[in-house]
Design a protein around this ligand. Structure first.
Ligand code: HEC
Length: 195
């Protein structure tokens, strides 16, 4: 009987640990999604505004100046590390790391096979630290994207891009293509369970 009690006790402990982990993961997932939403809406709003005032020439200047700082600012506000990545990146700082590359390559294959692309979230150990990682696809969802990432970019716009990004790879996209991803990293904090 004693054994059974111990067994049930252990089972209960294990269950509560895994439920604790689940709610923690759910909270991290919500944070990663919220940060991605914020970057998406704020960048799009800014792009639209500039575009209306001065077309793609102005949009590209502003994108080059604000995309990085805006993304980092939102990351700080939300307490996460967020960036945009792509296999064909324009800014060298948006080149994917090994894990991001694997996810993007898998998405490319899935997209070609006509499958729906889904966000990815997992715990990884990086340099001895537990890190929560999240990625969500960014598609070439509207014609506006093609003004700066398509096959027929205006010469004035192309000139600005070449000057600012001599190693640009982010062109020749079609509408509906996979453009890249939001990538979020959250460092693990000591939880009640670990203490
Ligand atoms: C007015 C020009 C312009 C338009 C329109 C535009 N982009 Fe970009 N895009 C840029 C520039 C410039 C960068 C590099 C920003 C940086 O320095 O991080 C960039 C970078 C990106 C990146 C980060 C990866 C990389 O290549 O460095 C993604 C993802 C992206 N754009 C997606 C889109 C999508 C999706 C749309 C349509 C909603 C779009 N862009 C419309 C100019 C544009």
């Amino acid at each position: 009987m004693k054994r059974l009690g111990l067994f049930i006790g252990l089972l209960g402990l294990l269950l509560s640990l895994s439920i604790g982990q689940q709610t923690q993961d759910e909270a991290l997932l919500q944070r990663a999604r919220a940060a991605s939403d914020a970057v998406l809406t704020q960048l799009l709003a800014r792009l639209n505004q500039e575009y209306q005032q001065g077309g793609a020439e102005r949009g590209v200047q502003v994108c080059a100046q604000v995309a990085q700082s805006l993304t980092q600012q939102i990351g700080r506000e939300q307490g996460v590390n967020i960036r945009r990545v792509s296999l064909k990146n324009r800014n060298p700082r948006n080149a994917p790391d090994a894990w991001e590359r694997r996810v993007l390559q898998q998405w490319e294959r899935d997209h070609k096979a006509g499958k729906e692309l889904k966000e990815v979230a997992e715990w990884r150990t990086e340099r001895g630290q537990r890190v929560y990682r999240y990625m969500r696809p960014i598609m070439v969802a509207m014609p506006l994207c093609l003004e700066c990432h398509g096959t027929q970019i205006k010469p004035e716009v192309r000139r600005v891009i070449r000057e600012r990004y001599p190693n640009d790879k982010a062109i020749n996209y079609q509408q509906g293509d996979l453009r890249g991803a939001f990538s979020v990293k959250i460092n693990s904090q000591p939880t009640e369970v670990q203490r």
